[in-house]
Design a protein around this ligand. Structure first.
Ligand SMILES: Nc1nc2c(ncn2[C@@H]2O[C@H](COP(=O)(O)OP(=O)(O)OP(=O)(O)O)[C@@H](O)[C@H]2O)c(=O)[nH]1
Ligand SMILES: [Mg+2]
Length: 420
């Protein structure tokens, strides 16, 4: 994490616009970078882009543009340039030394936000792991100056290379220690989720800042931290949803997604995201007032696929409807997403309707069934009264004969109970 002084860090945002892409995509990308930078309280001094056919493998941009940026940095006291795509280690090193200014790519910016927002030991470890993995291939630039200054204060030729090897080893050790400790926490989480497996699991997912946490707070009366900042939530929190549905519905918040979410982060947060993978239903929350709603939905769907959660049933929640004031816009939105549930956390009625739909989902598809419960598993009968409607109970020689009505999801829970 970098040290923040009293003075704000003055930033230039820079994007590359490929000729094959729409210019609006570049503007959107710069807007999103701006939100990310504002989340870190940086001062946005300027934004710029260059249209190109492809990126230069060494210098990323052409030297003409780099010279232009160099003048801009000097004239405007820029401390940091943020690039909207990932820079290779060599490109980052080249640009930084060419411009003599700190350079970050989008991944580094997101990692920095995560580092700032991590509050629990687990999320701190997860972020550190992703940061170290990002840093490992980029060590070369850090010590190159020692080799350049041959003969300088105790540094002979090759000192930089030696230092890199020492650092690599240290980082490698730290990575494996972090991975081990995260594995242990993941195991504990697994045990916890096993204890909850007889409840309905409702996972809340979506693009960052869509209003996931606010919605959970409104549905459950919880007071989880919701903020107009990207990645306010990094830890998954679980609350009980007050409802007449049995078994109990547990609702879990989790980290938000973003376009091109760094893979190392997804990997590090895999165990936190296991609440999503284990859910019976996902509330996919989108900010309906965003002009990029389609891209946000697509990004979330992609991450769900990446973590193996794409088969879980979902309910699309069009949140922040209060901010869609134009009637025509509202109509188009509802027509484009007919399966979506229009909600505003500021309007009670809409939140109640969403809750009704959640309850309907869990109560849907009750069917009649019968089973014979062995006497050593007689305690499951009490659970069955919570899971569905018990119609008939007969105590026979070979076990308890039960006729009951149960829905599909509860049937799954019951069969897990019978297996355990
Ligand atoms: N006007 C309006 N604002 C909302 C609504 N829902 C959430 N917000 C605001 O949107 C901002 C983000 O809300 P959060 O609940 O933190 O969003 P999130 O999806 O949990 O975001 P991350 O945890 O950062 O991924 C906050 O300032 C909320 O007050 C809504 O329905 N209407
Ligand atoms: Mg949140």
């Amino acid at each position: 994490m970098i040290e923040y002084s009293q003075e704000k860090i003055r930033v230039l945002l820079f994007a590359v616009h490929f000729k094959s892409e729409k210019i609006e995509n570049t503007q959107d990308s710069l807007d999103e970078m701006e939100s990310l930078a504002v989340t870190l309280d940086f001062e946005i001094v300027g934004r710029d882009y260059q249209t190109r056919d492809r990126l230069d493998s060494k210098s990323y941009l052409g030297t003409g543009k780099l010279n232009e940026i160099k003048c801009y940095i000097k004239d405007n006291n820029i401390n940091l340039i943020l690039f909207d795509r990932e820079l290779s280690p060599n490109q980052g090193k080249f640009i930084e030394s060419y411009l003599n200014c700190m350079v970050w790519d989008r991944t580094q910016l997101i990692l920095e936000i995560f580092a700032n927002h991590a509050r629990t030991p687990e999320s701190r470890d997860q972020v550190e792991l992703a940061q170290l993995k990002y840093m490992l291939p980029r060590l070369v630039g850090l010590w190159a100056h020692l080799d350049r200054e041959k003969g300088g204060i105790g540094a002979s030729k090759g000192t930089g290379e030696k230092q890199i090897n020492i650092d690599r080893q240290l980082i490698g050790k730290r990575i494996s220690r972090l991975e081990k400790s995260l594995k242990k926490v993941a195991g504990e989480r697994q045990t916890q989720s096993k204890q909850r497996f007889s409840c309905f699991q409702l996972g809340v997912v979506g693009y960052t800042n869509a209003g996931k946490t606010s919605l959970i707070n409104r549905l459950t009366g919880a007071k989880l931290l919701a903020q107009d900042k990207l990645f306010a939530t990094l830890e998954s929190a679980t609350r009980s949803l007050p409802s007449k549905v049995r078994p109990e519905i547990l609702i879990s918040d989790t980290v938000g997604f973003i376009k091109n979410l760094p893979h190392n982060l997804v990997a590090s947060f895999r165990s936190t995201l296991s609440v999503v993978k284990n859910a019976d239903l996902l509330l996919h929350v989108v900010d309906a007032s965003s002009p990029n709603i389609a891209q946000h939905i697509e990004t979330t769907e992609q991450v769900l696929k990446e973590i193996g959660a794409s088969d879980i049933p979902r309910l699309l929640v069009l949140n922040k409807m209060d901010l869609v004031s134009d009637r025509l816009e509202k109509l188009i939105l509802l027509k484009s997403y007919p399966e979506g549930q229009a909600v505003s956390v500021l309007e009670d009625e809409s939140v109640f309707s969403l809750k009704d739909r959640i309850e309907e989902h869990f109560q849907d598809g009750f069917s009649r069934d019968s089973l014979t419960l062995p006497y050593d598993k007689a305690d499951i009968l009490a659970r069955l009264y919570q899971l569905g409607t018990v119609e008939e109970v007969k105590y026979e020689e070979d076990g308890i004969h039960i006729t009951h009505a149960i829905n599909q999801t509860n049937k799954k829970i019951l069969s897990n109970l019978l297996k355990s």
